[in-house]
Write a protein that binds this ligand. Structure first.
Ligand code: PBG
Length: 333
């Protein structure tokens, strides 16, 4: 470590380098780039865009609209889309078997994008059962309503293989079961998907910020209880490092911290400790918070957004998943 050298005021005036825009540009330590952004999209059956009430400005996109979204993202320099399906109630059941259906909405979405633009953009797919279960939990329940680990991992392996076969570039397990990264990695290797990446939702907290997302995928009204028996306690940081270390050991190519803003310390700790990309997910409730401030005139949406995204970079994130990705890319662009 270099010895810090400081001279006292007035030899040092930190306002000197702040006094003109060119100078602020020159000394800026962190810069946003559109390639820092991953854009999550909700997909739905039918042929019209359906607005999500709790996420003003976000709609569920029909399969026929995905090619245009992919082209928009490519034009903006966004390297990757994340897909989340809104499964109709009739296709949900206790064990979420729809997740392994090769003709499910998710697979249709992957194919729609890959058929239209091929490798010009990456497709990341969420691995967890909650968009497919009738109870809204991310896994299989025992008689007592507990989400069982190992049987859920088997189902997640089937789901991940199904997505990889449809053309997913990155499978992203968001379920927080123990051992799922290793099981999925092994199955991908065995089934000829060695180049499919795994981005692990490694440190995913049991958060109150997921509400609008659950509306968007249609599991909010179904969910009984909470997810505290598998998602992390917001009070814990060391445990997040253990989760991340395990996922790396099991074969994750990148790890994610989620939500974003309340967990910037976790992003920083992970970026300092581990030699792999660390992503942050600015989740649905964070999007809604920014939009709510802007709607009541309590702040400027664009300024709020850029400040927050810059905070993720400063904390050491390699990239950010955000529903504001196209808005941000235009502002940065
Ligand atoms: C589900 C999943 C959730 C999110 C991504 N994947 C919600 C949850 O765990 O209940 C939340 C994303 C967001 O709020 O934007 N496995």
């Amino acid at each position: 470590m270099a010895m810090p050298v400081h001279s006292a005021y007035p030899a040092t005036r930190l306002r000197r380098t702040r006094s003109a825009a060119w100078s602020r540009d020159m000394v800026r330590e962190n810069r946003l780039h559109p390639s820092d952004l991953i854009w999550p999209l909700f997909i739905a059956n039918g042929d019209t865009q359906e607005p999500v009430a709790s996420l003003p400005g976000v709609s569920r996109i029909p399969l026929s609209g995905l090619a245009d979204k992919a082209k928009e993202a490519i034009d903006l320099g966004i390297p990757c889309l994340a897909l989340f399906p809104h499964t109709p109630p009739g296709r949900r059941n206790e064990d979420g078997g729809e997740a392994a259906n090769p003709d499910n909405l998710m697979c249709g979405g992957i194919r729609a994008i890959k058929d239209a633009v091929g490798d010009a953009i990456g497709v990341l797919t969420d691995v967890a059962l909650d968009p497919y279960t009738s109870h809204g939990q991310d896994g299989l329940l025992d008689e007592a309503g507990y989400v069982v680990n190992d049987a859920t991992v088997d189902a997640l392996v089937g789901q991940a293989l199904n997505q990889a076969a449809a053309g997913s570039d990155i499978v992203a397990p968001s379920d927080m079961m123990d051992g799922r990264i290793g099981a999925i990695r092994e199955a991908l290797e065995q089934e000829g998907h060695a180049n499919v990446q795994i981005m692990a939702y490694a440190a995913k907290y049991a958060s109150a910020f997921y509400g609008p997302f659950r509306d968007a995928v249609g599991s909010g009204g179904l969910l009984k209880g909470d997810k505290t028996s598998y998602q992390m306690d917001p009070a814990n940081a060391s445990e997040a490092m253990r989760e991340i270390a395990l996922d790396i050991a099991e074969g994750a190519d990148g790890v994610m911290v989620k939500p974003g803003l309340p967990y910037l310390d976790i992003v920083r700790m992970a970026a300092d400790r581990f030699e792999l990309p660390v992503y942050a997910y600015m989740v649905s409730g964070e999007y809604a918070m920014i939009e709510a401030m802007a709607a009541v005139g309590a702040g400027n949406r664009d300024a709020l957004l850029l400040e927050i995204l810059t905070g993720f970079k400063r904390a050491g994130a390699s990239g950010v998943l955000t529903y504001h990705a196209p808005v941000a890319a235009k502002l940065i662009g």
